[in-house]
Design a protein around this ligand. Structure first.
Ligand SMILES: O=C(O)CCC(=O)C(=O)O
Ligand SMILES: [Mn+2]
Length: 213
């Protein structure tokens, strides 16, 4: 049961130095976030990117904000243009920027100014293998990660790939923030279980906010 459904304030759980789970933090903004996702997808549709090795990534992705994360045969990087359209990525919807800043502040990072939001879509069976987020210029800024739709099991590891991973259950509306000493911790997502979310259907949407440039 999600305690945040009964509390005025969302529950805030320190996980490790620099890492905080904000259970249900995005619930009150769910409709605005979903409207924002729909607006972004209309301009920059989800797509499967290629890994540098030439494989299709399982997660469908797009971006909004001044910079977008892309992967292709040339590698991983941030760029201002959507490679599919050649146009700038759609602007960060106001509700996105506000939520990301509030979540970061709540987790102890008061001056977070994201310039990139990666939108990830998982269908049942989709997983994301263990990785670090390290394509950004400035590791003093945290990662703010918002979960919408079907629940997922998030793997939260250590600073080395082989470190033990903790399993975190991420539900619709949960926000996970990691920065400071946790900024380079390995993480990933277990294969998404099937199911149907009452608002988002058979999918999980993740919004990952970063200061990339
Ligand atoms: O979907 C998630 O919860 C994590 C996404 C992620 O780690 C990434 O996009 O780098
Ligand atoms: Mn990541």
């Amino acid at each position: 049961m999600n305690a945040s459904l009964f509390d005025d304030e969302p529950a805030e759980m320190p996980l490790a130095p620099g890492a905080t789970m904000l259970r249900g933090f995005a619930l009150a903004h769910s409709a605005a976030l979903q409207a924002g996702v729909a607006a972004v997808l209309a301009q920059a549709p989800l797509r499967q990117m290629l890994t540098p090795g030439g494989k299709l990534m399982a997660v469908w992705m797009t971006n909004c904000g001044p910079l977008g994360w892309v992967s292709d045969r040339r590698g991983y990087r941030y760029q201002a243009q959507d490679p599919v359209s050649g146009r700038p990525w759609p602007a960060l919807p106001a509700a996105f920027a506000e939520l990301a800043q509030q979540a970061a502040e709540r987790a102890g990072f008061p001056r977070f100014e994201p310039d990139a939001c990666l939108i990830n879509r998982y269908l049942p069976g989709t997983r994301l293998s263990l990785h670090q987020d390290r394509d950004e210029q400035d590791f003093s800024q945290p990662i703010v990660s918002v979960s919408l739709g079907l629940p997922a099991v998030f793997l939260f590891g250590g600073l080395s790939r082989g470190d033990k991973t903790e399993r975190l259950d991420l539900q619709h509306g949960d926000v996970l923030v990691w920065g400071g000493p946790a900024r380079l911790r390995f993480h990933g997502v277990m294969p998404l279980a099937g199911g149907r979310h009452e608002e988002l259907g058979e999918q999980r949407i993740n919004l990952t906010f970063r200061k990339a440039g």
